[in-house]
Each structure stands twice: as C-alpha cells, then as structure tokens.
Design a protein around this ligand. Structure first.
Ligand SMILES: NC(=O)c1ccc[n+]([C@@H]2O[C@H](COP(=O)([O-])OP(=O)(O)OC[C@H]3O[C@@H](n4cnc5c(N)ncnc54)[C@H](O)[C@@H]3O)[C@@H](O)[C@H]2O)c1
Length: 249
C-alpha cells in the first residue's frame, strides 16, 4: 500500500512508542518524513529505520512546548521537503497524582507539552496544509472521554486536544483541511513507566474491562493514524477514533 507516495508528513514525538510506530508505518506506505522529538538518540534511531525502509527523512530535535522551536521546525521541514501534507501530533507526557498533591508546576508542564504543544504545531502547519489540502491527526486519550482518576492534568490536557481538534475540523474543513484525533487506551510504550498509583488508591477505579487485550502495541495506534491521515478517510473530519480494544466499563 502506497497511500502516502509524494506526501510529506510531520510527526512529533517520533523518538519512541506511538510516534516511532507511526513514522515506520508511514515510511512503509511511501511518505517522506519530517520527524521531531526532544530525545535526540531515539529520534536518530527512528530516522535510521525509516531511511532503511526507503523514506526521505528530515529530523530535528525540537520541544513542542517552545513556540520558537516549533516555528523553526515547521519552516525547516517545509524548506527541506518543499511542501507539507500531514501533521501528526504525538508528543506527550503523563503524570499520575492525587489532585491534592498535584503541584501547579506539574499541571503547567503537562498542559504545556500535551495541549499547548499541539496548539503550537497546528497553528504553525496550517498555512502549509491549506495549499496541499492536507490534514492533521492529534493524539487525545480515552482519559479524555471517561473518568480516569489521578491524572487531572493529563486528562484535562487530552480533553483540550479533543476539543481543539473538533474546533479546527469545522474552522478549516470547508477550506480543504481535515483534523481528527485518536484516543488510545492503554498501549504498551515507555510512557507507561509513569504509571504509579497514589498511596491508598483503589486500584478498581483504574482497571477497566477491555474486550480485546492482545493488540496493545503502538503499531495498532499507528495504523489508525495512517487511516485518518490518508485519502481513505477523505470524509472523516472532526472525529475521535478510539483505539482501546473496546473498553466496557
Ligand atoms: N501509551 C498509552 O497508553 C497512551 C494512551 C493514550 C494516549 N497516549 C498518548 O500517545 C502519545 C505518545 O505516547 P507513547 O505512549 O508513544 O509514549 P512515549 O513516551 O513512548 O512517547 C512520547 C514521546 O514524546 C516525546 N516528547 C515528550 N515531551 C516532548 C516535548 N516537549 N517535545 C517533543 N517531544 C516530546 C518523548 O520524548 C517521547 O519520544 C502521547 O501523547 C500520549 O499521551 C498514550
């Protein structure tokens, strides 16, 4: 399948997990890539795999929470590849804590990366997506769609990503730019190392029943992102695609 032949795709958070799996999936479908992350070593590793798969890859270390770095990243990506067709916002961080012990600094850090970072990238890419009739895929979370304890800042940031996505879908849809999000459930990536319950927490509140449990690798989210970013999803705009195996409760 070469759904991304002649397409240029920007991916943040490409050094690890879902971002890496998305880069590899899109490389296998013919995309030219602009990859970014704060983790230089992981970014290089992803770039190498994608180049080995035949993709043209531009990579730049960049912090999505930094306005100037995001502007520089997008300008450099467009200068390198000559155009931009898709932006995939994957960069994100997780924090577990009881509300009462959530420091303002933790709240600010999570919102800055997950929500402000998504906003900054969306804003910076829009003028490049309008001429190509491109699209954006953002990464929300099932924590934005149902109660998820001890993640007040994370859940709020992902709820913001969900709403921001719907906003852009309506604001730019008629001008030819789609915007969708994915909402992964529990996916086995390094971000899960942050998972720790606060003292005295009732584990039943977090152990949701999932209908399917055997496909929890990041490649299952990557394939959903690839669908939304492709022309197969030409009439899909403003949707949030859950990739959670079917959460029952
Ligand atoms: N794994 C899950 O269970 C799960 C569930 C729901 C949503 N998500 C979301 O999926 C996305 C990817 O997470 P993952 O599971 O692949 O985790 P991950 O930790 O493997 O990947 C996250 C990547 O984001 C990068 N990153 C962090 N801060 C950054 C910043 N300021 N600027 C640029 N890059 C930055 C990290 O270096 C890392 O490479 C995140 O937005 C996460 O919230 C993950």
């Amino acid at each position: 399948m070469e759904r991304f032949a002649d397409k240029v795709v920007l991916i943040t958070g490409a050094a690890s997990g879902i971002g890496r799996a998305t880069a590899e999936r899109l490389a296998s479908e013919g995309a030219a890539l602009a990859l970014s992350d704060v983790n230089a070593e992981g970014l290089e590793a992803t770039s190498e795999t994608c180049r080995a798969a035949g993709a043209r890859v531009f990579a730049q270390v960049s912090n999505v929470a930094d306005e100037a770095q995001v502007a520089d990243l997008v300008a450099a990506a467009v200068s390198e590849h000559g155009r931009l067709d898709v932006a995939v916002n994957v960069a994100g961080i997780l924090h577990f804590e009881d509300l009462r012990r959530t420091e303002l600094a933790d709240w600010d850090r999570i919102i800055a990366v997950n929500l402000t970072g998504t906003f900054l990238v969306c804003r910076a890419v829009m003028d490049h997506l309008l001429p190509t009739g491109g699209n954006i895929v953002n990464t929300s979370s099932t924590s934005a769609l149902a109660g998820h304890p001890w993640t007040v800042s994370y859940s709020a940031s992902k709820g913001g990503v969900y709403a921001l996505t719907q906003c852009l879908a309506v604001e730019f849809g008629k001008q030819g730019v789609r915007c969708n999000s994915v909402a992964p459930g529990s996916i086995l990536t390094p971000i899960q190392n942050e998972f720790r319950l606060p003292e005295g927490a009732d584990v039943k509140l977090i152990n949701r029943i999932t209908a399917l449990d055997e496909h929890r690798g990041p490649e299952t989210v990557a394939s959903a992102i690839a669908f939304l970013a492709s022309d197969d999803a030409a009439h899909v705009n403003g949707t949030c695609l859950k990739v959670d195996g079917g959460t029952l409760a």
